[in-house]
Design a protein around this ligand. Structure first.
Ligand code: NAI
Ligand code: MG
Length: 368
């Protein structure tokens, strides 16, 4: 049987507390489904800086490059406020993203029925929502040159950021989106501003060509990004996969996240290029939340964002769709009766991190 290598990078603050719950699930996976996950754990962030002198060591970087998937907790905290810029905990995550060449950022927005009333949108609009935003992560206006503030010498300055996209960058994010859509409901909505941006016009052209030549069996639609923002809050269930550039994706993914609620519930993934021989992509899975120093060490953090990140790993790195579905359904189940403090509601029992993890494990065992 093929061995699946997971690198666990718990990090700082609530990262290790949340990761401990994922470790329980990995054990259940191996025992109940006979899948052979092998885990290795390493330091990252402030914990790595303290013990190894860098927020991610070369040895850890090598493990990350060799792993089938990396599960990342969270990094940072006030303890490292005075650390030099290039040694700060966040630099560990940036190096992982850069060296693994993670160009596609995946942010799902899933509405669990039990949390539908906590949304800012009406239940009938949000219930059943399950969409995935695929944001280009390494190009666009955040990185394009020239990028500067010029003194014009007449009391005026000129600030310049440049949106740049090359053909290969659009092709690979488009392919990633279509591949993901194939494991879901088969529909991709591409968002840009072709009406006012050359890069939007070209984005549209390339995505259209990749669809026509390689994924004609799937559905592609185009939407102007501003109109897409409106549609996200008006009728979000029309979407399956949304693919968009770095800037629009940054905003649209935060909007979509808040449709469904708490930071403690939100997973994410960042994917790199597919390996030519195995077809497997470099991938890092992490909750959207940070290290939450205000509640760290108290055993009260919500582990569901970290657990849902593991579900994404099952789905997108290992094609274990049934297991991913079972894990997400288990999360939905437990939310009916038990809650951590951040999502507490009347009629539910308040539990801590470990008890929440155990509740998911119990449901998951019944389902797989
Ligand atoms: P944060 O996400 O850590 O916390 C924001 C608020 O949400 C806090 O009140 C926290 O208690 C709560 N919260 C977050 N996750 C929770 C969970 N799973 N369960 C229950 N409550 C939860 O963001 P903040 O406070 O801005 O940053 C704290 C530290 O984390 C900083 O050092 C920051 O740089 C770092 N950070 C790291 C990230 C990463 O590792 N990817 C991402 C964001 C922040
Ligand atoms: Mg953002």
């Amino acid at each position: 049987m093929t061995t699946r290598k997971l690198l666990l990078l718990p990090g700082d603050g609530i990262g290790p507390e949340a990761m401990a719950e994922v470790e329980k699930l990995v054990a259940v996976m191996n025992e109940a489904t006979g899948s052979s996950f092998v885990t290795e754990t390493a330091l990252v962030g402030g914990a790595a800086y303290d013990a190894e002198g860098a927020p991610v060591s070369d040895a850890t970087m090598a493990l990350a490059l060799a792993a089938d998937a990396v599960l990342f907790g969270a990094v940072g905290g006030p303890k490292w406020d005075g650390v030099a810029y290039e040694m700060r905990p966040e630099a560990g995550l940036l190096r992982l993203r850069k060296d693994m060449q993670l160009f596609a950022n995946l942010r799902p927005a899933i509405c669990y029925p039990a949390l539908a009333d906590a949304s800012s949108l009406k239940r009938e609009i949000i219930e059943g929502l399950d969409l995935l935003i695929v944001r280009e992560l390494t190009g666009g206006v955040y990185f394009g040159e020239p990028k500067e503030i010029i003194d014009l010498g007449n009391g005026q300055k000129r600030a310049i950021d440049t949106q740049v996209y090359d053909t290969y960058e659009i092709e690979r994010i488009a392919r990633a989106a279509f591949e993901l859509a194939r494991t879901r409901r088969g529909k991709v909505t591409s968002m840009e501003k072709r009406n006012v941006m050359k890069s939007g016009l070209y984005w549209n052209e390339v995505v259209t060509r990749i669809h026509r030549d390689e994924y004609a069996d799937l559905t592609l639609e185009h939407m102007l990004a501003d109109s897409g923002g409106m549609q996200l809050v008006r009728a979000p269930r029309q979407f399956d996969v949304i693919v968009t550039d770095n800037l629009f994706g940054d905003m649209l993914s935060d909007i979509a996240a808040m449709l469904t609620g708490s930071l403690g519930m939100l997973p994410s993934a960042s994917l790199g290029a597919a390996d030519a021989a195995t077809g497997r992509r470099k991938a890092l899975y992490e909750p959207v939340h940070g290290s939450a120093p205000d509640i760290a060490g108290q055993g009260i953090a919500n582990p569901l964002a970290m657990i849902a990140s593991f579900a994404m790993a099952l789905r997108y790195s290992f094609a274990m769709i049934a297991e991913a579905d079972a894990l997400e359904a288990s999360i939905a189940d437990v939310l009916e009766s038990v809650r951590t403090g951040d999502i507490m509601a009347d009629g539910c029992r308040r539990v801590g991190t470990s008890e929440m993890g155990d509740a998911v494990v119990t449901r998951f065992r019944e389902r797989v």
